[in-house]
Unconditional design. Structure first.
Length: 351
C-alpha cells in the first residue's frame, strides 16, 4: 500500500523498527523513505503543514497522539489510546502538551471509539500485571507445563510475563515468528533486553527442539507463544494438536493474557482452540488482560483537554460509534453539525 504513494513513512522509533523487521522477514523492498519522529516533537512537512507526535499510552510502546498543524487549525488523530497513569513500560500521557494543544484552535478530533460503550476507565497496565501475577503464582504448577499467550506487540505485557517467570524460577521460552519480530524490534530500540533471560525460537525446527526439552521436564519451563486469537497456524493451536513434539496433559496451565478481538472468525477460531484444550483437560485462564483502548470517561477527559470544534468517531462499528455520538452530545456537541459520522471513502471539509 505504501508504494502507491510518493511520500515518506513517518513514525515513532519503535514503529519504524517494526516496519524494518517485517520488511526484512517478508523480503519486501520499501521505496518510501522511513523517517523517525520521536514523541513530543514536531516535523515540518511543507510551508503550511507541520506534524507533531505527543506521547500517549496504548498496548504497544511509543504510542503517539498525532497533531497536524495547518493555517486553518489543528487536526488531532487520537490513534488507539488509553489514559494510563501507571504504565509498566514508558511514560504516562503528556497531559501538559495535550492541554496546551487544546488551548488554540483544534478544528477536528478523530477519536478511537472502540470502547465508547463501556463505563468508567480502562484499567492500567500495572493492574493487568498484578492480575497476571496472581494467576501465575497462585497455581500449584509443580511438574506442570505453564503456557501464556498474548499479543506479540504487547512488549509491556511480555516484560511482566518474563519478570513473573523469573519469580517462578522457570526457564522462559518465546515461541513464534511474529513474537520474535516484535521482540527484536523492541530490543533494537533498547526498550527491553529479553534475550539475556529468554530463549527466542523463531522457526519450527527451533520450536520443536525446545519443546522436546519441555516434554522431558515440563515443570522447568514457562512457554510464551503466539496464538491468542486461536489462529490455526499459530503456535498454541499447533501445541493443542500435538504437532510440535509436545503433548499437553491434564492440569497443564494455559493462560490467555488477552481478549478476543471482536470478529466472527476470531470467535470461531478461539472456540475451536478452547475445545481442543478442554479435550486435553488443561486448566484454562481467560481474559487476564487490560485493554489498550479507552473507555468513556477517558474519552470525556481527552475531549475536555483538546476542546475540538468537531469530532469524528473512528475505529468502531456503528453501535459503538453511536455511543460516542451520545457521549459527545452530552458534552454539548451536535450530530451533523459538530459530530460527523464517517463512512468509508467519505470526505469532510472544515472551515
Amino acid at each position: 500500500m505504501a508504494a502507491k504513494y510518493n511520500c515518506p513513512i513517518i513514525a515513532t522509533p519503535y514503529t519504524i523498527s517494526v516496519i524494518k523487521a517485517i520488511a526484512k522477514d517478508k523480503d519486501i523492498t520499501l521505496r518510501n523513505e522511513l523517517k523517525v519522529l520521536k514523541n513530543n516533537s514536531k516535523m515540518k512537512l511543507s510551508d503550511s503543514i507541520t506534524i507533531e507526535f505527543i506521547n500517549m499510552t496504548h498496548s504497544i510502546p511509543d504510542t503517539a497522539l498525532v497533531v497536524i498543524h495547518t493555517p486553518e487549525g489543528k487536526v488531532v488523530y487520537s490513534n488507539d489510546f488509553k489514559l494510563d497513569n501507571t504504565p509498566t513500560l514508558g511514560k504516562k500521557p503528556n497531559y501538559e502538551q495535550i492541554k496546551k494543544t487544546g488551548k488554540n484552535n483544534v478544528k477536528v478530533l478523530i477519536i478511537d471509539s472502540l470502547y465508547a460503550d463501556m463505563e468508567g476507565r480502562t484499567p492500567s497496565e500495572s493492574e493487568a500485571k498484578q492480575k497476571l501475577e496472581e494467576v501465575m503464582l497462585s497455581q500449584d504448577s509443580k511438574g506442570k507445563a505453564v503456557i501464556v499467550t498474548t499479543f506479540s506487540s504487547h512488549i509491556a505485557r511480555l516484560k511482566a510475563i518474563v519478570e513473573i517467570g523469573k519469580k517462578m524460577n522457570r526457564k522462559i521460552l518465546f515461541l513464534g515468528r511474529s513474537l520474535a519480530k516484535y521482540v527484536y524490534a523492541a530490543e533494537d530500540m533498547d526498550l527491553v533486553n529479553f534475550s539475556k533471560d529468554v530463549e527466542i525460537c523463531r522457526y519450527t525446527n527451533q520450536m520443536k527442539k525446545a519443546l522436546r526439552e519441555v516434554e522431558k521436564d515440563r515443570g522447568k519451563y514457562l512457554v510464551v507463544c503466539t496464538g491468542h486469537q486461536g489462529e490455526p497456524r499459530a503456535v498454541l493451536s499447533r501445541i493443542a494438536e500435538a504437532r510440535l513434539n509436545f503433548k499437553l496433559i491434564p492440569e497443564d496451565i494455559v493462560i490467555f493474557s488477552c481478549t478476543t478481538i471482536p470478529s466472527e472468525m476470531n470467535y470461531k477460531n478461539r472456540e475451536i482452540l478452547e475445545k481442543k484444550l478442554e479435550a486435553r483437560k488443561v486448566k484454562i485462564f481467560k481474559d487476564i488482560h487490560a485493554s489498550g483502548h479507552a473507555r468513556n470517561e477517558e474519552h470525556r477527559e481527552l475531549i475536555k483537554m483538546l476542546n475540538p470544534e468537531n469530532i469524528i468517531p473512528s475505529h468502531a462499528g456503528k453501535k459503538k460509534v453511536e455511543c460516542m455520538v451520545k457521549l459527545a452530545e452530552e458534552m454539548g456537541y451536535k450530530k451533523d453539525e459538530s459530530i460527523h459520522v464517517a463512512e468509508d471513502g467519505m470526505t469532510f471539509e472544515f472551515q
